[in-house]
Write a protein that binds this ligand. Structure first.
Ligand SMILES: Cc1cc2nc3c(=O)[nH]c(=O)nc-3n(C[C@H](O)[C@H](O)[C@H](O)COP(=O)(O)OP(=O)(O)OC[C@H]3O[C@@H](n4cnc5c(N)ncnc54)[C@H](O)[C@@H]3O)c2cc1C
Length: 572
């Protein structure tokens, strides 16, 4: 029988969004709210710790930057699919977030005059990425957690793996989880939930994401009846290291790095003559693929042909000062020093623009549930996120949802108790069914096949034929998944069992992405189709919504909010 644990507010995920939400809920209640902070990994192993290059905000209006400019860059970068009211809420909130982190003690990199330093990032028309060398996420996580420690109102449940979100009579009631160290099944009850579980990038093989980023929160929300939005929009970052896919931060180009083909040309002059290497990611990734397909790349392993990211002209002093992690990664992983040699790179799966559908306040359609950070789709990034806008989004909607959920908890006198029968059924599903599976299919082969399917058919360029192949492949894998065998029958740190649960989440997210991509017969941002090469605003200036429908899903659409700018041709 499941052990019951109660907290007013449950925060699912302790990355940047989860920590900022916990901190804001603590601040607005003067530390009075009781928070359960649940994470399947140790807190500082949350994926946000890997964020490298920077966090966007307007700090230098006196030097020519403005809220309108940041908003315009974001809307244009999104290929006009971002909700513009959301974008303005975001740019207006960000400067204070940078100052708060500063006040809380983050070691921002600084200009010689002591002011906070900022660097250029792709698609931004002003150098507005605030950074802490190339370890921005690490320092942001440390700072938020250190500050949260001032409040004694939260309990950490690290290495607790959530398996379901419980909704009763249309209201949030709790979540169920496996305590990994003991294998105990826990029913967490709460008045409110904030889903901060990050993206879904591990549905790809060649990716910058940590192995833990498997779309759990999106799939759990979908299974609980919440809609997902814009799942077909997956971002490919232009500079993934060959052959591992480790991110070579956009800050490399922000600091002045060049992208070069096998003829030694800075090929971006053909595709984005004004912005060059600092075009938005969708455009730069497509340009790289065109160069590689035209035979102007270098031969790489496993079909991973590549181009060069050249930093040598920056000089070793600057590389060591501004990009120490990049240098260290290159030396450790490919045995070469970027001060002396160019870095082999190509586009790599990096970010999920889609996620759990929320309104502008991060609220989901079920009362008592909010979502923030990469797991959510508040519609800030539309079809293509600008670099440095994601850590920023985590801060802004961590704050907004933390405050809103705290208010909800204060107003809600009673807990909605989860249905005991459903909790027992979920425990039976996890330990009675999935753990007992002894079918012939190998879980890890299925995972490998999904990744290869997505790498080949849902990459930088897509075609109807390829997407249909992915659709058929995902459906087949879903059937084979039912016949997997779980070798380890134990309960303690059973990574076979957890991988099986993650596999289900990945399949749900992949199916939502593929179905949305197939119907979207246009090219917009991260969704570039060879068979429908142009954007079609008449038919597709709308968000794709996906809801659970029996064993399958139902697609429908949601309008884009346009308050300032009508779509125009994107030129860089
Ligand atoms: C290598 C890399 C570098 C990046 N650099 C930048 C950058 O410089 N600037 C920028 O703006 N963006 C950057 N990004 C993007 C940005 O880092 C992420 O989008 C952001 O950090 C996501 O934060 P999050 O809080 O939403 O989720 P995460 O940090 O991914 O945290 C997710 C949390 O959910 C928990 N969780 C997930 N599933 C479960 C489950 N089933 N049960 C319990 N807990 C669960 C995890 O344990 C974790 O605590 C980068 C991304 C990558 C891959």
């Amino acid at each position: 029988m499941a052990k019951t644990i109660r907290h007013d507010l449950l925060i699912l995920g302790s990355g940047l969004a989860g920590l900022r939400a916990a901190l804001e809920a603590s601040i607005v209640t003067g530390g009075k709210i009781d928070i359960g902070l649940i994470s399947k990994v140790q807190l500082m192993r949350s994926h946000s710790v890997a964020a490298e290059g920077g966090t966007a905000a307007i700090l230098r209006t006196e030097e020519g930057d403005s809220l309108e400019l940041h908003a315009w860059d974001t809307v244009k970068g999104s290929d006009f699919l971002a909700d513009q009211d959301v974008v303005f809420r975001f740019v207006e909130a960000m400067p204070e977030e940078i100052q708060l982190l500063d006040k809380w003690g983050i070691p921002w990199s600084r200009r010689p005059d002591g002011r906070i330093a900022m660097r250029p990032f792709g698609g931004h028309s002003f150098p507005r990425a605030v950074y802490a060398a190339d370890k921005t996420g690490f320092f942001e996580m440390q700072t938020l957690y250190d500050t949260l420690l001032k409040y004694q109102n939260f309990t950490r449940y690290d290495e607790s793996f959530v398996t379901s979100i419980q909704v009763r009579d249309g209201q949030f009631a709790g979540v169920t989880a496996i305590e990994m160290a003991t294998g105990e099944f826990i029913s967490f009850e709460g008045k409110a939930l904030i889903i901060c579980t990050g993206g879904t990038g591990r549905m790809f093989g060649f990716t910058t994401y940590a192995h833990t980023v498997t779309g759990d929160g999106m799939a759990l929300a979908f299974k609980a009846g919440l809609p997902l939005k814009d799942m077909e929009f997956l971002q490919f970052h232009p500079t993934g290291l060959i052959p591992s896919g480790i991110l070579m931060t956009e800050a490399c180009r922000g600091e002045g790095g060049y992208l070069v083909n096998n003829a030694g040309e800075r090929f971006m002059s053909k595709y984005a003559p004004e912005k060059m290497e600092l075009g938005p990611r969708d455009l730069v990734s497509r340009s790289e693929m065109k160069e590689i397909e035209a035979g102007r790349g270098f031969k790489g392993p496993r079909g991973l042909d590549y181009l060069h990211l050249d930093l040598r002209h920056l000089g070793s002093e600057r590389i060591k000062d501004r990009l120490p992690l990049i240098r260290e990664i290159c030396m450790k992983f490919i045995g070469s020093d970027p001060c002396d040699e160019p870095i082999p790179i190509r586009p790599v799966a990096h970010y999920s623009m889609g996620g759990v559908h929320t309104d502008i306040d991060g609220a989901c359609p079920v009362p008592g549930i909010w979502a923030a950070g990469e797991a959510a789709c508040v519609s800030l990034h539309g079809a293509n996120r600008l670099g440095s806008n994601s850590t920023a989004e985590c801060l802004v909607w961590g704050k907004i949802t933390g405050a809103a959920a705290a208010k909800h908890c204060a107003a809600q006198a009673k807990f909605v108790e989860p249905d005991g029968g459903r909790i027992a059924a979920e425990e039976q599903r996890v330990f009675g069914e999935i753990l007992q599976k002894s079918g012939p299919e190998n879980l890890y082969t299925i995972r490998q096949e999904l990744r290869s399917l997505m790498d080949h058919n849902m990459g930088v360029f897509r075609t109807g034929e390829g997407i249909r192949a992915a659709q058929a492949g995902v459906r087949e894998l879903k059937e084979r998944y039912k016949k997997i065998g779980i070798a380890d029958k134990g309960r303690v740190y059973n990574t076979d069992l957890l991988t099986a649960l993650e596999m289900e989440y990945l399949l749900i997210c992949a199916e939502a992405a593929v179905e949305g991509a197939l119907v979207r017969e246009e090219s917009r941002g991260g969704h570039a189709r060879r068979d429908f090469a142009v954007r079609d605003d008449e038919k597709f200036l709308k968000h794709t919504m996906v809801s659970k429908d029996g064993d399958g899903l139902r697609l429908y659409y949601h309008p884009v909010t346009i308050t300032h700018w009508k779509p125009v041709e994107r030129k860089y």
